[in-house]
Design a binder for this molecule. Structure first.
Ligand code: PRX
Length: 632
């Protein structure tokens, strides 16, 4: 990471246009008001949305940390994301604009036509027996149908579980089985840099022995040959041609605390955690935070580059923008195919005003040089955003000067799958410091503490904790309340443990440093060392393995694996390639190790736990720290 250069400003103030357009100019006052009564603040925000039955209690903390929000209230996130716009000025406004990877296809949906598409999908799911509370797995590329599928589930009160369409069959099986999904929604394939990735084949492998999956719904996207099981698999276009797909479909009114989705994310053991979010609080939180931090307005064309398979895709591609009646743009492909200016050309062509992406993408595009950006007219942009990992000041300044042309504030947003919504983020009128995510959102208190949970002075690095409950917080880990308590609430009594290290400066700005646990952020993707290790040790040549993250110029972190091979196997370049491919097919291509180092043994504690900390310190040439528990 590059340190700030002394001749460049370390604080950037909003310009006059940003200030003039800012919905919240007096942010200090809002911050103070929300701090004085956070529950009243969230109650006020919830009133901006539609409820079929008002809540009787805004925050129920009787059973903390199993917090409940808007108790007694009834709504549905779809009532607010779609239905309420149909009676108002947004009915014919564009909700979604989509562009295919090859650039040949554009699809557009007004709120009216989005409703038609979601209703059709909901009718089909209903005909397949999906009811309130049932789980549905969604394994789709970045195509409009991912919106329809998520919203259709929500409309019926069913619970969606979206799996990033880069996960392998093994990973998919584990997640489908754990959620006991009845239906899987997928496509015949996805386009990745001009080639087809066989999504349906992967689903076939994943559900072969599934005890719960009754139906697989297949969207035709690539036209590739797939095998269809006549009893289980259905082409979506065949079902939508039937009378079952026609007619209206009620948006089921559910309790505010009714589950909306589960989303699997990596933890510090091999088994991924299923984070559970609910309708009411999640709806209020994603609506309000996107509105404030991005200052969304009716003239905006908003583009968040995240995939719907991650939390950013849930909160700020699908739900947040629709709750705000915004126009979202979705692009099927990646940033640099077929050329490194693909994204810039899309911003120019579609007149994108607000652009939200990850530091890793910024760093990888920066590498190609300014000329790729400068050949495009990016004057439509008014605001930029980043998420997923700390942004180094050098990348921040490039994003600010070259992409934003020194005109657009950059909203660095810190949050997690578990938090559901931003927790540390500015508003456009707030001055920004490159590399800092800013201040806690209105109504939140973040404290940096030491190992015992005592607050540390400003400027000192420590563990980042959150003090106030917030509406979009996860409610629990699906069917694992104990793990929810142990991972997040029993570490420091009365605080939510984020797992990140950070420091606060004298102005109250937070500087997030990175994870303190066995999670590695690789290109902004969250991976557990245990998942990578279990994928690699499933290869017959490997006896034991330890995965660590080491700093990487573009990806933020890269995975390095230390492997002990079984007798009769040799570490070689071929073996490394084989093991990398093995991780790709058994977990995901995003988890492929950068380096595999063959060793005779791994440093372990006397109780047999691998000391990854020691491996990391050795690799970085740092002090290995306390070795008193090291075995031998
Ligand atoms: O380490 C923090 C990092 O991403 C983690 C959460 O990962 P995930 O659940 O995949 O959600 C990512 C998208 C919200 C955090 O614990 N992180 C996220 N945003 C930032 C960040 N680190 C620094 N700055 C950020 N803006």
């Amino acid at each position: 990471m590059t340190e700030p250069q002394s001749d460049l400003p370390d604080i950037y103030y909003p310009d006059e246009t940003t200030l003039k357009n800012a919905r919240i100019r007096d942010w200090q006052q809002v911050e103070e008001e929300a701090a004085a009564d956070p529950v009243a603040y969230w109650e006020k925000r919830a009133r901006e949305l539609t409820w079929s039955k008002p809540w009787t209690r805004t925050l129920d903390d009787d059973d903390a940390p199993f917090f409940k929000w808007f108790v007694g209230g009834k709504t549905n996130i779809v009532t607010n994301a779609i239905d309420r716009h149909l009676d108002g000025p947004h009915k014919n406004k564009l909700a979604l604009l989509w562009q295919s990877e090859d650039g040949k296809e554009t699809r557009t949906f007004s709120y009216f036509s989005l409703n038609r598409a979601v209703t059709k999908m909901a009718n089909v799911l209903k005909a397949l027996g999906v009811r309130k509370g049932d789980r549905v797995t969604i394994y789709l590329p970045r195509i409009p149908e991912v919106f329809f599928a998520m919203l259709a589930c929500a409309k019926l009160g069913a619970v969606h579980s979206v799996i990033f369409a880069g996960f392998s069959a093994d990973a998919l099986t584990a997640r489908i089985d754990d959620s006991e999904s009845k239906v899987v929604i997928t496509a015949d394939g996805s386009w990745i840099n001009g080639s087809v990735f066989p999504l349906k084949d992967i689903v076939d492998q994943a559900v072969r022995f599934s005890p719960t999956v009754e139906n697989v719904l297949v969207i035709k996207r690539t036209g590739s040959e797939v095998t269809m099981d006549p009893l289980r698999d259905h082409w979506y276009h065949d079902l939508t041609a039937l009378p079952i797909a026609r007619g209206a479909c009620e948006t089921v009114q559910v309790d505010a605390e009714h589950p909306l989705f589960i989303l699997y994310t990596s933890g510090s053991t091999g088994k991924p955690k299923a984070v559970l979010h609910t309708h009411g609080g999640y709806m209020v939180g994603t609506y309000a935070t996107l509105r404030d931090t991005f200052d969304l307005n009716d003239g905006d064309r908003y583009w968040c580059t995240a995939d719907a398979g991650w939390i950013t895709g849930h909160s700020y591609v699908v739900y947040g923008p629709l709750l705000n009646g915004a126009t979202s743009f979705m692009y099927e492909g990646g940033p640099s195919y077929p050329h490194p200016d693909r994204w810039w050309s899309l911003i120019e062509h579609y007149g994108i005003t607000t652009f939200y992406t990850a530091p890793t993408a910024i760093r990888s595009l920066m590498r190609f040089g300014d000329a790729w950006v400068n050949r495009h007219d990016l004057s439509s942009l008014r605001l930029l955003g980043t998420v997923g990992e700390p942004i180094n000041p050098e990348a921040w300044r490039w994003f600010y000067e070259i992409v934003g042309q020194g005109r657009c504030p950059i909203m660095d947003t810190w949050w997690q799958t578990e938090t559901g919504m931003f927790q540390i983020a500015g508003v456009p009128a707030m001055p920004q410091k490159p590399g800092s995510a800013g201040r806690p959102i209105f109504g939140q208190v973040a404290e940096i503490v030491d190992e015992k949970g005592d607050p540390v002075p400003d400027g000192t690095e420590g563990f980042l904790t959150l003090l106030n409950p917030w509406p979009a917080m996860m409610r629990t880990l699906y069917r694992d309340d104990q793990r929810y308590l142990d991972t997040y609430w029993n570490v420091y009594a009365g605080r939510y443990a984020t797992g990140d290290s950070a420091r606060r400066d004298e102005d109250g700005y937070y500087w997030v440093i990175g994870r303190t646990d066995d999670i590695i952020k690789v290109s902004g993707h969250r991976l557990g060392t245990a998942e990578v290790e279990s994928a690699i040790t499933s290869h017959s040549a490997v006896a034991e393995a330890a995965a660590i993250g080491l700093p990487h110029e573009i990806k933020g972190n890269a995975i390095h694996v230390y492997a002990v091979l079984n007798p009769g196997h040799q570490g070689s370049r071929e073996m490394t390639e084989e093991l990398r491919a093995h991780v790709a097919t058994h977990l995901s291509p995003i988890a492929k190790p950068d380096e595999i180092i063959y060793v005779e043994s791994l440093p372990k504690t006397r109780s047999g736990k691998i000391m990854r900390r020691v491996l990391r310190a050795r690799a970085l040439g740092q002090d290995e720290g306390d070795l008193s528990t090291l075995d031998g």
